[in-house]
Design a protein around this ligand. Structure first.
Ligand SMILES: *Cc1c(COP(=O)(O)O)cnc(C)c1O
Length: 428
């Protein structure tokens, strides 16, 4: 595979940007490779500057659900552009998007748009703290909520009382308000809550996507909901990936749970920068200018992002059978690939839900942080490179979700299966 032009660009980029990139995973460091440079995307494919095509399972980390450069979306955006790119003032489309979201997510009575998912989660925990008058936050090891100071804290092993900063540059004073619990282990949450009266909220990806896909098991989500109610703790669902992906109404619709605050992003901007947080009226009424919790944004509610989001959500709404199609794609892929893995004796397990899946190189059931970590990373690295040579782009890290769009059809399915067959044979 010729990567000459990409390599030249990457060389140049490294002189100007840290690691050559504007977001760390794009550097391909964890798979010891160099990134390709995208020239364009169309449907399920990316095309690089050297003329290589890749069937895309990264899909802008889940932001793309119709496929790249969707014709209808492009038309809508062209029309929107004619009216101006940013106003810093009210416009009717904000209301249209808010209505669509409130209809799909009944738990969201009042909401605020931001320009990224990070801003949404950052604001959500500020609101949780302001509303409850408490400072503590419980998050789960392996859950990612953007690069917010308080949420970049993970955990060592065992029961950690005080968070240890994951990134330099985060004051210990701040990190110590973040408590780390174990996803799918309700006892780990109960223990923290029992020892601390100061918990404002529990924030989680209700279906994990950032440790690879990990589904909530047994009554985990219900028990969290129950606990929050009993202890006056706010339940914050980070549905930045899952909103409008796993179902039109997100994880909360699938599991019939009513979080106090929900964060969204990615899909709701149709590939433009966006974020959203919202929830119960009495909570969100504390946000300025109604209340005294301040949060603002020059580009919040940007008309292009908003009109792109409206287009995508309306499309999904009027084509609800699409969820069945992407679900069927995922199921067929999973069943066939697991068969291939068995045939070649590759330790492989796939976690999936509508529109997203992760294949872990593991013989074990992956249901929490530790079982995910036990997957074989060097096998993944070889898999990633061989797949790329087959023209298939999976995430350049073993602990990420792969995404299916409406542009992934029968051809893409058989192309993927053929590539798995060839790659697993080489790995065996
Ligand atoms: C991507 C992501 C974020 C952060 O969104 P950005 O737009 O990258 O700031 C937050 N939470 C989850 C679950 C995400 O996947």
């Amino acid at each position: 595979m010729n990567k000459e032009k990409s390599e030249k660009f990457f060389y140049e980029a490294q002189r100007l940007m840290p690691g050559g990139v504007n977001s760390p995973v794009r550097a391909f460091l964890s798979v010891h490779d160099t990134p390709f440079y995208v020239k364009k995307g169309k449907g399920a494919y990316l095309y690089d500057v050297d003329g290589n095509a890749y069937l895309d399972y990264v899909d802008s980390w889940g932001a793309i659900i119709l496929g790249h450069a969707d014709d209808g979306l492009i038309n809508e955006v062209k029309i929107a552009l004619e009216d101006g790119t940013s106003f810093g003032a009210c416009h009717p489309y904000e209301i249209e998007l808010a209505k669509l979201i409130a209809d799909a997510f009944p738990s969201i009575e009042l909401m605020r748009l931001t320009s990224s998912g990070t801003e949404a989660t950052m604001s959500a925990i500020r609101v949780a703290r302001g509303f409850t008058g408490k400072n503590g936050i419980i998050k789960f090891g392996g859950c990612y909520h953007g690069h917010v100071d308080s949420l970049l804290v993970k955990a060592g092993s065992g029961l950690v009382t005080f968070g240890v900063p994951d990134s330099k540059g985060i004051p210990e004073d701040l990190a110590r308000h973040t408590y780390i619990a174990d996803f799918n282990h309700i006892d780990s949450v109960l223990n923290i809550v029992e020892e601390n009266q100061d918990i404002a909220c529990i924030i989680l990806e209700p279906v994990m996507g950032n440790m690879g896909v990990i589904l909530p098991e047994n009554d985990f989500l219900y028990k969290l909901e129950e606990l929050c109610l009993k202890k006056h703790i706010l339940l914050v669902f980070d549905e930045v990936i899952t909103g409008f992906r796993v179902a039109f109404g997100g994880v909360q619709h699938l599991y019939n749970i009513t979080p106090d605050i929900t964060c969204m992003g990615k899909i709701i901007g149709g590939g433009f920068p966006i974020g959203l947080y919202g929830g119960k009226r009495e909570i969100m009424e504390k946000v300025a200018p109604l209340g005294d919790i301040y949060q603002a944004g020059t580009l919040s509610g940007n008309p292009i992002a908003v009109r792109a989001g409206i287009y995508v959500i309306n499309y999904l709404k009027s084509n609800s059978q699409m969820y069945e199609l992407i679900d069927k794609y995922g199921d067929e892929l999973k069943n066939t690939v697991l068969e291939i893995a068995r045939k070649y004796g590759i330790p492989y397990t796939i976690n999936s839900i509508t529109g997203m899946f992760t294949g872990f190189f593991s013989d074990y059931h992956v249901y929490d942080y530790n079982s995910a970590l036990s997957a074989d990373r060097s096998l993944y690295e070889r898999f990633f490179k061989l797949m790329l040579e087959e023209g298939i782009f999976f995430a350049p890290s073993p602990f990420e979700a792969s995404f299916v769009t409406l542009s992934h059809g029968d051809n893409e399915l058989s192309k993927t299966v053929t590539a798995y067959e060839r790659v697993f044979k080489k790995l065996s």
